[in-house]
Ligand binder design. Sequence first.
Ligand code: XMP
Length: 524
Amino acid sequence: MADGAAAPPEQIVYVVDFGAQYAQLIARRVRDLNVYSEIVPHTITAEELAAKNPAALILSGGPKSVRVEGAPELDPAIYDLGLPTLGICYGAQLLAKQLGGEVSRFDQGEYGRTAVTRNTAVSSDSPGRLLADLPSEYSVWMSHFDAISAPPEGATTTASTASAPVAAFEDVDRQIYGVQYHPEVVHSEHGQAIMEKFLLGEAGLSPDWTMGSIIESAVEAIREQVGDGRAICGLSGGVDSAVAAALVHKAIGPRLTCVYVDTGLMRLNESDQVVETFQRHQGIELVHVRAAERFFEGLAGTSEPEAKRKIIGELFIRVFEEAAGGLDDADFLVQGTLYSDVVESGTGDTTATIKSHHNVGGLPDDLQFDLVEPLRNLFKDEVRRVGSELGLPDEIVWRQPFPGPGLGVRIIGEVTPDKVHILQQADAIVRQEIKGAGLEREIFQSFAVLADIRTVGVMGDERTYAHPIIIRAVNSDDVMTADWARLPYDLMETMSSRIINEVEGVNRVAYDITSKPPGTIEWE
Ligand code: XMP
C-alpha cells in the first residue's frame, strides 16, 4: 500500500454509514472481536462493494426516518451479492423497507433503556439463531420513532418490545438479520454477544485480526513503501506520533530519524521523557531542537487566542523545516494519522472553525516528502495496544490528549516563561493527584489553566495578590461533546491546598464546571 498502512486482511466486514455517529462504534466493536472492519458511505454501489470482496455487511443506524422522501437507501443490487447482512436500527428498518417488509409510524417512539422480549417460540436452529442463547427478556438501548411493522419477506420476527412489534428479525436462508436496537452501545445487554454470534457464528468469520498480525503486516507494508529510503518523523510526545515512530523504527531501524521540537510549552519534564524514551530506550536517532526562546520571543506581547495559535503553528513549521532541511536525504515523512481522522475528513461535512487546530499533521504541502501513515487503519485504543506491544511506556501510551500549541493555550493572556513555569508546577500536581486517585485513564482529560489576572488573598498574616489556577477535568467520547468530571471533593481539596502551598505565584484555585458545548475543553 502506498501510504505504509498495513495491507487490510482478507476478511473485511464493511459497516455502511447512514450518517449517525454510531458507525465508528460499530466498526470498533467488530474489531474487538478480532475481525477487521472498515466504514463505507451508504452511496456505495454494488459494483464498488463487490470489488472490495466483503465478508459481511453491517448497516448502521442513522438520524433520518426511512419513511421520508430522500432518506438514504442502499443500492438494491447489493442485496443480490448474497452477503451476510446485519441491519441495526435505521439499517434494520431499511432492510424491512427494501426487502418487502413494512415500516410504520407508531404513536410512541422509544428512547433509551427498553425491555425486549425474545420470541422463544422460534427454534434455536432455524430463525432465532442470533438471539438463541439470550434470556427471554433483557434490556437494550433504543432510539427510534418509526418501527418495523412487518419484517422483510421470508424473515421471522425474533423479538419485540412494548412499542416495536418487530424488534428483531432473521432470514437464515438469505443471511439477513435485523435488530431495531443498538447492540454496539454498552447500555444494551448482550449487545456484543449478538455481534459475535452474527460475525463468528452466522457469517462464519475467523477471529484472526490480532495485535501480532497488525504489527507484522504494518512492518511489512512500511518496508515495501520505504524500500532503501530514509524517513523522518516529527514527535510531539503524544501517543499517535510515538507509536507511528516505533512501528517505522521496527521496520527500517536506523533509517528513521525523529525530530522533537521543544517549544518550551510542554508540560513539566515532558521533553526529558520524550528524549529518554526514544533515544535511550527505543534507540531511535533523535534530533532534539531546543526552540523555547524563539517561541517566547514570538509570543511576546500577544494575548488574542487565535493570534497565539497562529504564531505557535507557524513557528513550529519553520523550526521543523529547518531541522528537516539538515536531513535532506530523507524522502519520507511519518505521520500518526488515525482511522478516525480518515473517516472524519472523508465525510465532506463542513463545520465552522471554532479553533484553528495545529499539530504535526499540519505541515505544509511544499515539504517534499511522501507520507508514511502506518496507523491509518487503526482506532486510538488499537494504537495504544500496538504501542504497549512495541514496548513504549505507559506514560506515553496512556497519555491524555494534549493540544499541539501546548501550554500556550492554557495560559489565558500573554505567554511568558514565568507563567509557563507556574502552570507546569500546578499542572504536575493536578496530574499526580488524578493519577494517585486512580482516575488517570478514566478521565478523558485533566489539566490546569492559568488566567492572566490576579486576585487578592491572605496567607499567614500577609495579603497576597497572585494568579488563580483553574482545574479542568472532562469526560468525552469523541471530543465534540464533553462533560465536566464529578471529581471527589477530597481530591479537589488536596489539589487546591497543594497548588497554593507548593506553587509560588498562585493564591486561588477554581474548578471549571462547564460542559462542551457551550464551553470548549481547552480555554483558548
Ligand atoms: P476543544 O478545546 O476544541 O478541544 O474542545 C478538543 C480536543 O482537541 C484538543 N486540541 C488540540 N489538539 N491541536 C491538537 O492536536 C490543537 O491545536 C488543539 N486544540 C485543542 C483538546 O486538547 C481536546 O482534546
